[in-house]
Design a protein around this ligand. Structure first.
Ligand code: RIB
Ligand code: CA
Length: 318
């Protein structure tokens, strides 16, 4: 039997982050080494509390949870989610479903933990941020290692060939800290971008959440109710999609099994000014460089992903 894949998640724990967590815990080839928390869908404190409570609900209270950055690199104050985001993920980030029984985060700062983990990393480490890239940008500043020699980060964020979801140009995770994303994409770190180009192709419906409810477990009921809230938002905002996009779970899936997505190799940067702030775009200055740092996912085997998603999440909820 081959050695397990060691996974570090970096979550701004709202609804699809919770689904990504369940996906990871239901993946037999994965050992979840830690979760670092971030702001975005909620504050970093709420993300940390949600992660701890979800890990208990899913029967894995032993997984260490670290509190990461509370704001974007250039922000003066700690991040508070705007009203539109509160509506999507609910006041508590979990669609308003109450969860009790959380305990305490590990005392070490999430950025320090991440810098140490990347420095010490072996080939079997997969790091998957599904919120803003602030923790990663700060960890890269803190390590003396050559970024190009560090393990690949598979991040959920960005949009190369499709419009954004918070502005016509920008996707939410990148828009929450464009400077951090730009620093990461220029650092030489190998990355794989799982953006809206592919996450809008993988959709979950109420038929599947009904199966989770029918499991009859507390986790099954919780995840069904939480996800139905999210699907309800999509029914209002994006009725043509017929369900909710599985942004963050697809990033975890593509980190574990890159053959799920088809990628275009490119050197990206992020627009930092004006109306296009937060847009991910090919860097014209590095267009002819032989070395490309980012694999941008543009196609996805949606049926195969969805089949694996349902099997893995059901295993985590049973
Ligand atoms: O744009 C989608 C992303 O923004 C997802 O990661 C979602 O959880 C939010 O963070
Ligand atoms: Ca997220």
């Amino acid at each position: 039997m081959s050695a397990p894949i060691k996974l570090i998640l970096d979550l701004d724990t709202g609804i699809d982050d919770a689904l990504a967590l369940a996906y990871a815990l239901g993946s037999p080839e994965v050992e979840l080494a830690a979760v670092v928390c971030s702001y975005g869908n909620v504050t970093v404190d709420t993300a940390t509390r949600n992660t701890l409570a979800l890990l208990r609900l899913l029967g894995h209270p032993e997984v260490p949870v670290y509190r990461g950055a509370d704001r974007a690199l250039d922000a003066k104050a700690a991040f508070e989610p705007p009203a539109g985001v509160v509506r999507i993920h609910g006041e508590n980030g979990l669609g308003g479903q109450e969860l009790s029984g959380w305990c305490y985060a590990a005392p070490r700062n999430g950025v320090d933990y991440l810098a140490g983990a990347l420095d010490a990393a072996s080939e079997d480490l997969r790091y998957v941020p599904t919120g803003p890239l602030t923790n990663l940008a700060l960890a890269l500043r803190a390590t003396s290692a050559d970024a190009s020699a560090l393990p690949r980060a598979t991040f959920m964020g960005g949009a190369l060939t499709v419009p954004g979801n918070v502005t016509p140009c920008a996707e939410a995770n990148i828009r929450n800290d464009p400077e951090a994303a730009d620093a990461v994409l220029r650092s030489g770190l190998p990355t794989r971008m799982i953006g809206l180009d592919v996450t809008h192709q993988v959709v979950l419906t109420r038929a599947e959440t009904a199966c989770w409810r029918a499991l009859g477990t507390p986790a099954g009921r919780f995840f069904a109710d939480m996800t139905d809230h999210y699907i309800g938002i999509y029914e209002t905002n994006n009725p043509h999609m017929g369900g909710c996009a599985l942004h963050d779970p697809l990033a975890v899936a593509a980190a574990i099994d890159p053959s799920l997505v088809g990628c275009h190799a490119a050197n990206l940067r992020v627009d930092l000014d004006g109306a296009t702030r937060g847009r991910t775009v090919c860097d014209p200055d590095r267009l002819r460089d032989a070395q490309k740092n980012c694999e941008v996912a543009l196609t996805v085997d949606a049926p195969r992903f969805l089949e694996g998603f349902l099997a893995r999440v059901e295993r985590a909820l049973a």
